[in-house]
Design a protein around this ligand. Structure first.
Ligand SMILES: *[C@@H]1O[C@H](CO)[C@@H](O)[C@H](O)[C@H]1NC(C)=O
Ligand SMILES: *[C@@H]1O[C@H](CO)[C@@H](O)[C@H](O)[C@H]1NC(C)=O
Ligand SMILES: *[C@@H]1O[C@H](CO)[C@@H](O)[C@H](O)[C@H]1NC(C)=O
Ligand SMILES: *[C@@H]1O[C@H](CO)[C@@H](O)[C@H](O)[C@H]1NC(C)=O
Length: 407
């Protein structure tokens, strides 16, 4: 992605070739074993869970497989908007006792990394970090290294520890916590962000030698193998739920779209677009990644050009390398509809207006921008704010439902 995007919005989509690798990732195999165990009719539904709880109560060490297979956990965590929806942050606890950090929950990458007591250039006490020495459960993973690059050009690298993580009241024991030794300037500038929490479909983390992702460890203990997101427009009451769907947060039915074959990311196809006030729909198969870690909606050039033909005085700004901008004082932006089979997600015009330009507060930048390719795109927060979304890990699909919007 071009460097002009830096600073204007976050794109934490981990860089990887878009070609899907044909071999299926290993943890899918492990997951199906777990599902079989849970479904085994010879087990009484709550017996094993009671057994595990009893063992834990008496301080007996429970084998991981047993814990992970039978306790049906669920929980939720708040997602607060930062700086006009530039990103959303959630509080996640690390270690024993828990140390809470503000994490960007990111469906577009696989690594869970944090600022830590090892991070270079961070003076003690100057910002929240995971203090490794203060966690009695932290265990270094000998010889482990990781390095990640995100879509906005930012990078980080470091080492890894096994430790407990608490997300939404669910304890993930022995999860892999990536401790940053070095963090690039783009990320350091974001004073609110203490780390990124990858929630990938099948993508592996960048830790070498290879370790399971935190989500794959967490998934084994969830009641239902799914999580949901409900991000709010310019508000702090967004929520991620893990292991359950919150019926109070959507209206009508959830409509599911399967992931593309061999998907690494939460990648699916949408099949039509419509822009107010036209009465035609354009039908085609576009493919896109559903990515909570990217602020904008980035789609193919022709869709984006078409949308901005309906916006008075919209133009590509040469200063910012071709971003679509328009005068802030136009009456409104048109609604943008995306079709997923017979389900339509409407992104209201109000949500399509992203922000003013820093150097010119009378010029506004749209939330829809070009990804520069023919049929590949990213459905980031601009899109996600307009819908209730279910990431169904067990069935390899993403569900969308209507919800109450702030209009
Ligand atoms: C990791 O390294 C430490 C110190 O070098 C050693 O005591 C420990 O046994 C090693 N652990 C493993 C799992 O290799
Ligand atoms: C998704 O769209 C791509 C084109 O962008 C097409 O090649 C592919 O067959 C579609 N896949 C599914 C599962 O519909
Ligand atoms: C919008 O602002 C510009 C100056 O920035 C002004 O020339 C124009 O008349 C305004 N348009 C409306 C509709 O208020
Ligand atoms: C877009 O948002 C800016 C604030 O970021 C606001 O000043 C402007 O009126 C909005 N314009 C439209 C057309 O919604």
């Amino acid at each position: 992605m071009a460097s002009f995007l830096r600073g204007l919005f976050l794109s934490s989509l981990a860089i990887l070739s878009v070609q899907a690798t044909p071999s299926r990732p290993r943890w899918i195999g492990r997951r199906s074993v777990t599902v079989d165990l849970v479904r085994n009719p010879s087990y009484a539904p709550n017996g094993p869970a009671n057994y595990v709880r009893a063992l834990q109560k008496w301080g007996v060490t429970v084998p991981d497989d047993l814990t992970n297979s039978f306790i049906g956990d669920s929980g939720d965590v708040n997602a607060a908007s930062i700086k006009g929806d530039r990103e959303y942050l959630s509080r996640v606890g690390f270690g024993t006792p828990l140390q809470y950090l503000n994490m960007d929950l990111d469906t577009g990458s696989a690594d869970v990394w944090v600022y830590s007591s090892e991070t270079q250039g961070v003076a003690p006490g100057s910002r929240p970090v995971y203090v490794i020495e203060n966690s009695i459960t932290a265990k270094k993973i000998n010889g482990s290294v990781w390095r990640i690059s995100y879509g906005d050009g930012s990078t980080a690298y470091g080492t890894a520890y096994h430790d407990n993580i608490d997300i939404g009241g669910i304890t993930v024991r022995n999860a892999v916590v990536e401790s940053a030794l070095s963090i690039s300037e783009e990320l350091l500038e974001d004073k609110f962000l203490d780390g990124i929490f990858g929630l990938p479909y099948a993508l592996s983390s960048k830790v070498s030698p290879r370790v399971p992702t935190v989500l794959s460890t967490l998934t084994k203990q969830l009641d239902q193998k799914l999580f949901t997101v409900d991000l709010k427009y310019h508000a702090d009451d967004g929520v991620y739920t893990f292991g359950y769907i919150d019926k109070d947060r959507y209206i009508g039915d959830i409509h599911y779209t399967p992931l593309v074959p061999d998907a690494q990311y939460w990648q699916l196809n949408f099949t039509g677009i419509h822009v107010e006030p036209q009465n035609v729909w354009y039908l085609y198969q576009w493919t896109a990644i559903v990515d909570t870690g990217t602020s904008l909606m980035l789609l193919s050039d022709n869709i984006v050009k078409y949308y901005y033909t309906m916006v008075p005085e919209a133009k590509q700004d040469a200063f910012t390398g071709g971003l679509w901008v328009y005068p802030c004082n136009i009456s409104r932006l048109p609604d943008f509809d995306l079709g997923f089979g017979d389900h339509v997600v409407t992104v209201p015009g109000k949500y399509m207006n992203y922000t003013t330009l820093t150097n010119d507060p009378t010029t506004c930048m749209g939330g829809l921008q070009s990804f520069g390719t023919d049929d590949f795109g990213i459905l980031g927060d601009i899109f996600l704010k307009a819908t209730y979304t279910v990431f169904d890990i067990a069935k390899g699909r993403v569900g969308f439902a209507r919800k109450q919007l702030d209009l």
